[in-house]
Design a protein around this ligand. Sequence first.
Ligand code: GTP
Ligand code: MG
Length: 193
Amino acid sequence: MIIHSSEFEISAVRPSQWPEGGLPEFAFIGRSNVGKSTLLNRLLNRKNLARVSAQPGKTRQINFYVINDRFRFVDLPGYGYASVSKRERSQFASMIDKYLLEREPLCRIVQLVDIRHEPSKDDVAVHQGLCELDVPLLVVATKMDKIGKSQVASHVKKIRQTLQSGVEIYPVSAEKRVGLDELWTLFEADMAP
Ligand code: GTP
Ligand code: MG
């Protein structure tokens, strides 16, 4: 994919702020700090379009980005961050649910998990919910650079077993830019007429 343009559009806290539909949307969801914003930046070859922080829980709204005036990336707030208040957490959750259930142009959900660890209870619960939606789903196992090459297959297998689903799992390293072409190939297929 050749990126001619990538722009931040809006940080939405309520549906009335979602951009006018029409362009296909790819939504990134995952535990706080798993690397959603980093992946988005690397896919777009941008250093800091989506804000990345070592401090979890930074992305608190639904952030929309428009790419090549042709499609959108949507960075969803991270779940499972303990020091966010309960009330705030349930606000995130209902905002995310609303988006996932109601957003008509949503064409692909990308759930990120950390390749180093067995998926958390939250990861599994979110995954099961996503499997019930009528939207194509993909799991990206990220931070692959943090484990040895010889460990990748066994970690992917463990993730598959824990998630208990047949969804495809793509190992990537956003940091080292590994596995991104495969993602683009899939996204392009999603947008093919
Ligand atoms: P929230 O916005 O809090 O939900 O987090 P996020 O999922 O957007 O995570 P973010 O992209 O901010 O990354 C969190 C941390 O993980 C940062 O310190 C990143 O540099 C690091 N990180 C992300 N992807 C990778 C990767 O592929 N490899 C390595 N080694 N580090 C990564
Ligand atoms: Mg983020």
